[in-house]
Design a protein around this ligand. Structure first.
Ligand code: ADP
Length: 711
């Protein structure tokens, strides 16, 4: 006989697993093992593998996401730093272009350097010998000061008296002449002479005054008074003002000429004065001058003054020699950058001179700081900031870009705004992902277990149905065989005595009753299952119905030598019930009592009124019918299931008795249709008590007088 590989495998397994046992037993064990292996394989395929796959995919995608985020942050950092540098580069290149264009076109870059770049505060030109050439001049040497600090005490006294009017101008002129004669220091002498001329003018001695001014201009023209004013300028101012008084037009022209002259000259660093003289000349002549000229000149003076201030502040930082040397190596017009503490210098060589443009570092850096902040989007996780050479390296920098050649030593750095945020986000995502994976796996496992349970239930029901069919056929067969046997004996005259014949007749009746009870149960069960069973509840004496049922069982009980102890009071209140159905319940319970008790035992059946509660909220007196036996009893774990269809105890003692597993189910259905209950109390080895409880009030359907269908 050909054998499949599976059969061969099972055989091999069974031999290995259970050597020395019977072949069937060994095969059973092998089959069981096969079942376990199958279950395990199913579990692995439906739960473990998907779980692993889910977990793997989850972790992989999480990792990818994390890398993506990091890469994204880096990319943003790179782009931001690049964008910032490009912005700066564009700005500075356009400045370089503007400078070159200006130089090439021959227009001066020195007057209005802000047109080249708004942050340029001063532009200077040095000649080949590194002398400051324009628009300012390095300080010239002054009149020798004489011994000791400048002594202006005498001069001051006269000046105060003259200003307050105590000393009239002609007297003041004499007093100043005296100061000039007495002073030891040439600078005091010069100033006193100038003031003498002023006082002569105030005194109206114009001729003397003019001569005195001319003399001062002549002797001290290029010198400066103690406050930095050039005598030539002071004299020009005074003379022009004198003219203004006499001939306003001429005077105003002289003053505006003075302004123009001052603006076209180089101002001296470290002295000042030119700006103040120009401002005074302009405001004195203003009523006679064109407003456009006045405002234009005022702007030029302000610009020049500011540039002078910046030049004085920043120039010490520039080393023109080094800048020139560097410029020599590059093409004319090419800009070289040098970064100082206070200024950023752009220098270039042109026409044999060195041009230097200074950016105020404070203005430039605070603007660039703002630019850096603006270079990243507000919702971006990164932050860009400007790093000066003094700033230390911050932590968590993703990108660092040097600002050379413009701002050497400076850099723009882009870092995560909150370095922990990325980590926190990752942790949160990890937890979430883990939870989702765990939940999915849990659900798969739950689904698996649930399906297994359902399959198990279905299998149980299928098995119970199969058992039921087998039991019914078996149960049918034994009474039929008996009836046939006894009938044939009678027919063939095999029973000799009357007693024997009597016994045969009784057996035939008993077995037909058993047969009809069985058939009734099966048909009823089928009707109940179809929902086609109905009961007609009528008020009546329950004791009578129970009694009738017990009488019908007498012969079969007698046959098994069972005794009946009946306690059925005849004064029970009337109960709505279907007499046949109640009889069926009692017969089921009593025949179970007989079946699951040893022969010769007594079965107690009693009825009484007790207080109780029933489903549907009924609470009050109920009629209770109890059937008690002293048989094998029922195990606690079976108690919950014995009323389920086809359920039969797996206990070996109970299994020895034939049965179908539907008797108690039908009883429960019938009791529910009566609005009552069936309950059991049992102790294995001691016996069981089944109680049927009926309400005194009829259930709803019966009260309406109609037959009550079930379910
Ligand atoms: P059957 O008796 O035909 O198996 P039933 O529905 O009447 O079916 O009973 C269900 C199960 O309840 C029985 O298989 C048996 O295990 C248990 N049982 C019922 N009555 C008794 C009893 N009086 N004593 C012990 N076991 C009982």
């Amino acid at each position: 006989m050909a054998r499949s590989p599976r059969t061969l495998l099972l055989r091999l397994l069974s031999r290995a697993l259970a050597p020395g046992k019977g072949e069937v037993r060994a095969l059973e064990e092998a089959l069981h093992l096969e079942g376990v292996v199958r279950f395990f394989a199913l579990f692995v395929v439906t739960v473990v593998l998907p779980a692993l796959l889910l977990g793997y995919l989850g972790i992989r995608s999480l990792r990818a996401e994390e890398l993506d985020l990091q890469a994204e942050a880096r990319r943003t950092a790179n782009l931001s730093a690049g964008a910032f540098f490009e912005g700066l580069d564009r700005e500075m290149t356009s400045f370089e272009d503007a400078v070159r264009t200006r130089l090439e076109s021959g227009r001066s870059t020195l007057d209005s350097p802000k047109e080249l770049h708004p942050d340029v505060v001063v532009a200077l030109r040095f000649d080949r010998d590194l002398r400051l050439e324009a628009p300012f001049a390095a300080s010239s040497t002054l009149l020798a000061e004489g011994p000791g600090p400048l002594d202006l005490s005498d001069w001051r006294r006269i000046d105060t008296l003259a200003r307050s009017g105590v000393l009239p101008p002609d007297k003041a002129a004499d007093a100043f002449a005296q100061v000039a004669a007495d002073a030891a220091q040439p600078r005091v002498v010069a100033r006193a002479r100038f003031d003498r001329a002023r006082m002569l003018a105030r005194a109206g001695r114009i001729g003397d005054a003019t001569a005195a001014f001319a003399e001062v201009a002549d002797r001290y023209g290029t010198e400066r008074d103690p406050w930095g004013f050039r005598y030539t300028d002071l004299v020009s101012l005074e003379v022009a003002e004198l003219r203004l008084a006499e001939e306003p037009k001429d005077g105003a022209a002289a003053l505006s000429d003075l302004v123009e002259r001052l603006l076209s000259e180089r101002w001296e660093l470290g002295r000042g004065g030119e700006g103040a003289v120009a401002r005074r000349a302009l405001s004195t002549a203003e009523p006679w001058l064109a407003p456009d000229f006045v405002s234009g000149a005022r702007g030029r003076i302000a610009r020049r003054t500011a540039m002078l201030f910046w030049a004085e502040q920043l120039l010490p930082e520039l080393d023109p020699a080094a800048a020139f040397a560097e410029a020599e190596s590059t093409a004319p017009g090419a800009i070289r950058w040098r970064t100082g503490d206070r200024a950023l210098w752009a220098t270039t060589r042109w026409d044999d001179g060195l041009y230097a443009y200074a950016f105020d570092m404070q203005t430039l850096s605070s603007r660039l700081k703002a630019d850096a902040r603006g270079v990243v989007a507000a919702d971006s996780p990164v932050l860009a900031f400007l790093l000066s050479p003094e700033d230390g390296e911050p932590t968590g920098v993703l990108e660092r870009r040097s600002l050379a050649p413009y701002l050497t030593g400076w850099a723009v750095a882009v870092a995560l705004e909150d370095p922990d945020a990325l980590q926190r986000g990752q942790n949160w995502r990890r937890t979430l992902r883990f939870a989702v994976v765990a939940l999915s796996v849990g659900m798969i496992a739950l689904g698996f277990m649930f399906s297994l349970r359902m399959i198990g239930r279905e299998l149980d029901v299928a098995r119970m149905k199969a058992d039921f069919a087998a039991s019914v056929s078996h149960e049918l067969r034994s009474p039929i065989t008996q009836i046939r046997l006894k009938g044939e004996s009678l027919m063939l005259g095999l029973a000799d005595t009357d007693e024997e014949r009597d016994e045969h007749y009784h057996a035939i009746v008993r077995e037909s009753e058993r047969l009809s009870r069985l058939v009734d149960n099966v048909l009823d069960f089928a009707a109940i299952e179809r929902g086609a069973k109905s009961y007609t509840l009528r008020p009546g004496d329950l004791s009578q119905s129970v009694h009738r049922a017990l009488v019908s069982m007498e012969s079969s009980l007698e046959f098994r030598d069972m005794h009946l102890d009946m306690r059925l009071p005849d004064d029970l209140p009337a109960v709505h019930h279907d007499a046949d159905a109640v009889a069926q319940c009692v017969i089921n319970l009593v025949s179970n009592a007989a079946k699951y008790s040893p022969e010769g035992e007594t079965i107690h059946v009693s009825a009484r009124v007790v207080e109780g509660e029933l489903p549907g909220g009924y609470s009050g007196p109920v009629v209770e019918v109890t059937v008690t036996d002293h048989g094998i009893g029922i195990a606690a774990h079976d108690l919950r299931s014995i009323f389920e269809p086809f359920y039969r105890s797996k206990d070996s003692l109970a299994r020895r008795r034939k049965g179908t597993g539907i008797g108690l189910t039908i009883t429960r259905y019938i009791m529910e249709a009566h609005g009552g209950t069936v309950a059991v109390q049992s102790k294995p080895g001691h016996g069981s008590t089944f109680s049927l409880r009926f309400p005194l009030e009829p259930p709803d359907g019966a009260r309406r007088g109609s037959p009550r269908s079930f379910p």
